[in-house]
Design a protein around this ligand. Structure first.
Ligand SMILES: [Zn+2]
Ligand SMILES: [Zn+2]
Length: 247
């Protein structure tokens, strides 16, 4: 409750201004400027792993129709079917995600989500989704932060695409320590049993789009996808605001 009040105060003191949320160029309130929109469109054209969507390092020049799978996808694979993101977790995209997540600027969910919805229009995801499911926070984390940034993004994307958002069927039952510095196996162990399906009939036989803020190691997306598929989800796709890069 207190943190909700605090966030409300932050929104009061740092309200949206008539500038692009990404670069600060003058713009209508909450509207992304043409330059930034172009930059995000270029990320969609940039070489990225066809499976997990991570973007290649810019120094590697490969025609975009010849991009190989990244090492993770070649060696291990994933429980989700495809993942995509708006852009790399760098520069002002990273800053905007931090302002949304830790700075209390919840209004940023709308401009970020509208750009994320455009990623889907690029046509690499093969299906229309039955359901959008945000990656949940544990009850303690939610109480502490006052909101779930992934749920805010999911609601906005659901509105844009006209797809129902289900915030209740998937829950996070274990708080997990920070994943930083852990290897793949340790990260998977860390997340084992963290997510649970609370309403199996809501998930069963559905094509689901998972929404999260960042795809870094892919372990959170994997843990969620595994849990949903164990409950009978048909196909599971991931969409995040930002993703990592690979060589
Ligand atoms: Zn801009
Ligand atoms: Zn990959």
């Amino acid at each position: 409750m207190l943190s909700k009040l605090f966030d409300g105060l932050l929104d009061l003191f740092f309200p949206p201004r008539p500038e692009c949320p990404f670069c600060g160029a003058s713009s209508k309130v909450g509207v992304v400027c043409a330059n930034c929109r172009l930059r995000f469109r270029e990320y969609r054209m940039a070489p990225h792993c066809p499976r997990c969507g991570r973007i290649m390092r810019p120094e590697i020049a490969i025609p975009s129709d010849m991009v190989p799978l990244c090492r993770e996808c070649r060696v291990h694979g994933w429980p989700f079917d495809l993942a995509r993101a708006l852009g790399p977790y760098e520069d002002n995209l990273k800053q905007v995600i931090h302002r949304l997540k830790y700075g209390g600027s919840r209004w940023l969910a709308r401009p970020v989500a509208s750009l994320m919805a455009e990623v889907l229009e690029f046509g690499e995801m093969p299906v229309m989704f039955d359901l959008i499911v945000p990656v949940p926070l544990s009850r303690d984390k939610l109480r502490h932060r006052g909101f779930n940034q992934s749920a805010l993004l999911a609601k906005e994307i659901g509105t844009v695409l006209g797809i129902p958002v289900d915030e209740r069927s998937l829950i996070k039952v274990l708080e997990t320590p920070a994943q930083t510095g852990l290897n793949r196996t340790a990260r998977q162990l860390n997340l084992r049993g963290a997510f649970q399906v609370a309403n199996r009939s809501g998930i069963y036989s559905k094509d689901i789009l998972i929404i999260d803020d960042v795809f870094t190691t892919g372990s959170t997306m994997s843990a969620v996808a595994t849990t949903l598929k164990q409950s009978g989800a048909k196909q599971v796709f991931g969409l995040t605001a930002a993703t990592g890069r690979y060589v």
